[in-house]
Write a protein that binds this ligand. Structure first.
Ligand code: KIV
Ligand code: ZN
Length: 388
């Protein structure tokens, strides 16, 4: 039997923490509906105790989403947890996600609590939450910079109190793939009741390694939930990007041996929706969802792709929601790509000599003009017919 990898989307919570990405309740509901169509397993809808607006957004999403589990974040205190439970009351499936920091730095400087106090607060909070909801996720904030033995004690206690998912964030994007994967593995080995919970990874992108770290947490560490966002939206340099992690697991199924339930054809529409809603433009060379992710400009690549797409494509554009791949015509393009475009435009060229003449004119034009439009090509063929 193949293992399943749970996809936990936090675009509406951690993604929204990106400066300038705040969304209205209606916008969040629209995105949540799309995430459900994408078939994400868990939608983190917000942080109910953060504001009345966030509470209402979580409540609205909980009322409308039927297939995905709807989750609210809550600090490890009774007030936050009660607000989360209240906002989630109408959900078909709900999860309370409670967290407390466990690194020496965060405990001492931010929380001003001793490790024993943190451990006790984690225990009591999960106990309290478990009475309100059957699905409890516990996160050890700044988990990756925590002492392994202390973290193992915290995790053992919260699992004993009924936490069903254990999330170990790399809150500040400090991890390196191999080290993070080993950290999760060692932690699981140290926790005696580790198999009573699903292990989860949550990586930030400060060093550009959020996706690689998450995948190492899965492959080396044995995590079976990845927390991610559409377009990698999130605090500072962002979170692990959903589209990249999903397509990595699907494309390299030979290596990961895992299934995801995601309907990948909804990825590009989801990316566009999030980009339009937040105003955060997707860079053209972004993997999977960037405008150039399936575009070929060089003649050698275009020729290869026309003969067999696998030569330069490891995924199909159509599988992630693009209409098709693209052969971009420019100064690097070859004769085959030019001929193919003429066929697509329904332009007949009488002879090979006409085609060669038109292609020569096209190359001259492409040296002068960075973008060649279909109209340019039609005009070129006319010119070459006249010249012949
Ligand atoms: O990055 C982080 O530590 C978080 C937790 C609250 C899960 O977002
Ligand atoms: Zn985070």
């Amino acid at each position: 039997m193949t293992d399943k990898l749970i996809i936990f989307d936090t675009t509406l919570r951690d993604g929204e923490q990106s400066p300038g990405a705040s969304m209205t309740r209606e916008e969040k509901v629209r995105i949540a509906r799309h995430l459900e169509r994408l078939r994400v397993d868990v939608i983190e809808a917000g942080f109910a105790a953060a504001s009345n607006g966030d509470f209402e957004a979580v409540r609205a999403i909980a009322g409308q989403i039927k297939e995905s589990t709807v989750c609210s974040l809550a600090r490890a205190n009774d007030r936050d947890i009660s607000r989360a439970a209240e906002a989630l009351a109408g959900a078909a499936r709900s999860r309370i996600h409670t967290f407390i920091a466990t690194s020496p730095l965060h405990m001492e400087k931010k929380l001003r609590m001793s490790p024993e106090e943190v451990l006790e607060q984690a225990r009591l909070s999960v106990r309290f939450a478990r009475n309100l909801c059957g699905d409890i996720e516990f996160s050890a904030e700044d988990g990756y910079r925590s002492d392994l033995d202390f973290l193992a004690r915290v995790v053992e206690v919260v699992i004993a109190e009924g936490a069903t998912t254990i999330n170990i964030p790399d809150t500040v994007g400090y991890a390196i793939p191999e080290l993070y994967g080993n950290f999760i593995r060692q932690l699981r080995e140290k926790v005696p009741n580790s198999d009573k919970a699903i292990w989860s990874v949550h990586c930030h992108n400060d060093l550009g390694m959020a996706v690689a770290n998450s995948l190492a947490g899965v492959k080396i560490g044995g995590a079976r939930q990845v927390e991610c966002t559409i377009n990698g939206l999130g605090e500072r340099a962002g979170n692990c990007s959903l589209e990249e992690v999903v397509m990595a697991v699907k494309t390299r199924r030979d290596y990961f041996g895992l299934e995801v339930d995601i309907d990948t054809t909804q990825i590009v529409p989801a990316s566009r929706l999030v980009s339009q809603t937040t105003g955060f433009v997707v860079q053209p060379n972004k993997a999977v969802v960037g405008a150039n992710a399936f575009a070929h400009a060089s003649g050698i690549h275009q020729d290869g792709v026309l003969k067999a797409r696998d030569t330069y494509e490891i995924m199909r554009a159509e599988d992630v929601g693009w209409a098709a791949n693209k052969l971009v015509l420019g100064k690097l393009s070859g004769r085959n790509a030019f001929k193919q475009r003429l066929q697509e435009l329904g332009v007949d060229v009488a002879s090979e000599a006409d085609l060669n003449a038109a292609f020569a004119r096209f190359k001259d034009l492409a040296d002068r003009k960075s973008e060649i439009f279909d109209e340019d090509i039609i005009a070129l063929v006319g010119d070459s017919a006249r010249a012949a």
